[in-house]
Design a protein. Structure first.
Length: 402
């Protein structure tokens, strides 16, 4: 079982655990004091910073790194990422980590992470997974994301609660070393994918045109971007509602989010067997209409455990749509366009998070149940499912991947 793709899978999971551990450390800073003046704004800044980083910085970073051989790119991005986290630890120790720096750091970290994910990670899945069924690659891709966040959030919450913010970031730095070795030793040497000209730096016009012309992939991605207005911030909405019952317990928030992610992981093997067999127009309704019913129940009975279960179903639903998304991307995007195409897709997805960070997260508090945020989720999930039925094709993902 120690194939190249499985070795890459394991080290990639460890690296993404470190990513999640570092990312959520900034969320815990806000959630820890939610209800105190400006703390809801602090949480919003994390999500807005991440979105702005991906939308505005990743295109520049990703296209710049596409000019170089991918092994060098993978190591360079991880090293820069580690330096930024180390600098963040120093700034925090000096007591200078204010809102402006939180925004700047999360923007830089998110842009580097997405550039790596777009230019290297998905490409590595494609290259190392040659000979593996495309649906299986999609399953491994989704499993990597789910497992990483399951462990990463729990580790982050535990470290934050018992040893502090800095250790979350230190763990993130250490987690990058194994995957860097894999990139150097296992990933085949691949030349740059664009001409070495700075005219290419912001040239996403051709990539955008290709994606627009691929109607199934583009429309599916656009619907997920709309879904991301609330799906991306669901962990914080859950954490804010848990803060009503367990004030100041970052570890409980983290474990609850991890339990939800574990439910999603448990659902993944089952989902992988039928997700790509569904016709594309029914994927989102099948995964999200049951969640709408569960959220309505949560509003009627605002029990924290019901919220955790609803988040778990959301994670399972996310795994399902990631399996489909991974299969579509691997099969329908050419190697030479993989980096920029995935960057463009990420920009669309993070526009959703930006909207959620600006308009939904600032409403959160820990004194009463956050019904506005939950109602917003219900509306967005419902509209996404309805639009899916109207604009997506009847073909299954397997048919569209051939």
């Amino acid at each position: 079982w120690m194939t190249k793709i499985n070795i890459f899978l394991l080290t990639s999971i460890l690296s993404r655990i470190g990513n999640a551990c570092a990312d959520y450390a900034f969320v815990w800073i806000g959630l820890e004091a939610l209800g105190i003046h400006d703390s809801a704004g602090k949480v919003s800044l994390v999500y807005i910073g991440q979105a702005c980083g991906v939308i505005f910085l990743t295109p520049i970073i990703s296209t710049f790194f596409d000019r170089f051989e991918r092994k060098a790119v993978s190591v360079a991005i991880d090293v820069i990422y580690g330096v930024v986290l180390a600098a963040s630890i120093a700034i925090y120790k000096l007591g200078e980590l204010d809102n402006t720096l939180i925004f700047a750091i999360t923007a830089i970290v998110a842009s580097l992470g997405m550039a790596h994910h777009s230019s290297v990670t998905i490409y590595a899945f494609k290259v190392l997974g040659e000979g593996v069924k495309k649906s299986k690659i999609g399953e491994k891709f989704a499993l990597t994301l789910s497992l990483s966040y399951f462990v990463g959030v729990a580790v982050s919450g535990t470290l934050f609660e018992y040893v502090g913010f800095s250790y979350c970031l230190l763990f993130g730095i250490l987690s990058f070393f194994p995957v860097m070795l894999v990139y150097l030793l296992v990933l085949p040497k691949v030349p740059s994918t664009v001409q070495k000209s700075f005219k290419q730096l912001l040239n996403f016009a051709e990539t955008a045109k290709n994606l627009f012309q691929d109607k199934p992939l583009f429309r599916y991605t656009a619907l997920i971007a709309f879904l991301n207005i609330v799906a991306s911030i669901f962990p914080t909405i859950l954490g804010a509602n848990l803060a009503i019952h367990f004030p100041g317990r970052t570890d409980i928030y983290a474990y609850s989010i991890s339990i939800g992610i574990f439910i999603g992981i448990a659902m993944t093997p089952v989902l992988s067997k039928f997700a790509t067999h569904l016709n594309l127009k029914s994927v989102l309704p099948v995964f999200y209409f049951p969640l709408v019913a569960l959220l309505l129940l949560w509003i009627a009975f605002p029990n924290p455990y019901l919220g955790i279960f609803a988040f778990g179903i959301n994670c399972g639903s996310s795994a399902g749509i990631n399996i489909v998304s991974g299969a579509l991307r691997v099969s329908r995007i050419a190697n030479e366009r993989m980096g920029r195409s995935n960057t463009f897709i990420a920009i669309l997805l993070f526009f959703g998070q930006l909207i959620g960070g600006v308009f939904v997260l600032p409403t959160l508090g820990n004194e009463t149940f956050n019904s506005f945020a939950v109602w917003t989720m219900i509306v967005v999930f419902t509209l996404t499912g309805v639009m899916s039925l109207l604009i997506l094709p009847k073909n299954s993902t397997e048919e569209l991947s051939n």
